[in-house]
Write a protein that binds this ligand. Structure first.
Ligand code: COA
Length: 254
C-alpha cells in the first residue's frame, strides 16, 4: 500500500500520510505523491478542498532522518523542495487535521494551510537546531509573524514543543477537539468550504496570501542553508544519535 493515500470524497481530496510504523516520516516518494495530489486538486475544478491528515497516532514525524543521512552523503537536491513549492502555491483551500506529533516539516507545512484543526493530542515541535539544521518552509519568516518574535524564538531556537491548546491560543490552529472527533470535525469544515462558491473561495484565499510575496524567496534561502547544514558535523552527530537511539553529544563543537 502507498505511504500516501489520496482519496476523492465528493468535492474533497483527502491526502493521508500513511506510514504509521515510522510515525509517518516523510520520504522522497511521499513528498512526490503529495505534490501530485496538490497539482491534481488545482487542475480539477470539481475538487474544492484538500484535507491533509496522518494515519495512526502521529500527524508526521517530519522528514525521514535516514533520508537526511543519505542526502548528506550524496549531496542530492532537497526532496522537500518541490513539496514546499507546491504547498505554498496551492490555490485550492487546504484544511489540515492534526493528531499526535507534528515534527519539523510536520509543523512548518501547517503555516501554509488555510485552516488547521488539532486533536487534544497534537504536539507541534520544530527541533531544527537540535539536529544541527535551520528552519525550512519559510517558517523563519512565517512564525514570527504568526506568533510573535519571542514565541517564534522559543519554538525555532530552543525547539520548545507547543501543545494543542497553546497553538490555538497563539492563533496557529483554529480549533482543538477530542481525538475521536478530529476527522469528523475536519471533514465538516472541509464540507462547509466545499459548499461555498468556489471562485469566491479561491480568490479570497489568494487575497489572504497575497501579502506573502517574500515566501518563495525565503523558502529558497532556507533550503540553501539547510543543504549545507545537512552535511555539517553537527547534523551528522544528531542523525547518528537518532539512529543509534542515544543522546547526541555536541560538546566537541566550537
Ligand atoms: N525519520 C525516520 N524514522 C523515524 C522518524 C523520522 N523522522 N520518526 C520516527 N521514526 C521511526 C523510528 O526510528 C522507529 O523506527 P524503528 O521501529 O525501526 O526503531 C519508529 O519510527 C517509531 O518511532 P519511535 O521513536 O519508536 O516512536 P515514539 O512514539 O517513541 O516517538 C517521535 C515518536 C515522533 C516523537 C520520535 O520518533 C521522534 O522524535 N522522531 C524524530 C523526529 C524528528 O526529529 N524529525 C525530523 C525533524 S526535522
Amino acid at each position: 500500500m502507498s505511504d500516501v493515500l489520496v482519496t476523492r470524497v465528493g468535492p474533497v481530496l483527502e491526502v493521508l500520510f500513511n506510514r504509521p510504523e515510522k510515525k509517518n516520516a516523510l520520504t522522497k516518494a511521499m513528498y512526490a505523491a503529495a505534490v501530485d495530489a496538490f497539482h491534481h486538486a488545482d487542475q480539477n475544478p470539481a475538487i474544492r478542498v484538500v484535507l491533509l491528515s496522518g494515519a495512526g497516532d502521529t500527524f508526521t514525524s517530519g522528514n525521514d532522518i535516514k533520508d537526511f543521512q543519505s542526502r548528506a552523503a550524496t549531496n542530492e537536491a532537497s526532496h522537500a523542495s518541490p513539496f514546499l513549492d507546491a504547498l505554498s502555491a496551492l490555490a485550492t483551500p487546504l484544511v489540515a487535521a492534526v493528531n499526535g506529533a507534528a515534527i519539523g516539516v510536520g509543523t512548518t507545512m501547517l503555516a501554509h494551510a488555510d485552516l488547521v484543526i488539532a486533536a487534544l493530542s497534537a504536539r507541534f515541535v520544530m527541533p531544527f537546531t537540535s539536529l544541527g539544521l535551520v528552519p525550512e518552509a519559510a517558517s523563519s519568516l512565517l512564525f514570527p509573524r504568526l506568533v510573535g518574535h519571542q514565541r517564534a524564538s522559543a519554538l525555532l531556537l530552543l525547539g520548545d514543543p507547543m501543545d494543542a491548546e497553546t497553538a490555538r491560543e497563539w492563533g496557529f490552529v483554529n480549533q482543538v477537539v477530542a481525538d475521536r472527533d478530529l476527522m469528523t470535525t475536519a471533514r465538516h469544515v472541509a464540507a462547509r468550504l466545499a459548499a461555498l462558491p468556489p471562485t469566491a473561495v479561491r480568490l479570497t484565499k489568494d487575497l489572504i496570501k497575497n501579502g506573502r510575496t517574500d515566501v518563495p524567496g525565503r523558502i529558497e534561502q532556507e533550503l540553501a542553508m539547510f543543504r549545507d547544514r545537512l552535511r555539517s558535523p553537527e547534523a551528522t552527530e544528531a542523525f547518528q544519535a537518532f539512529v543509534e537511539k542515544r543522546k547526541p553529544d555536541f560538546s566537541k563543537f566550537a
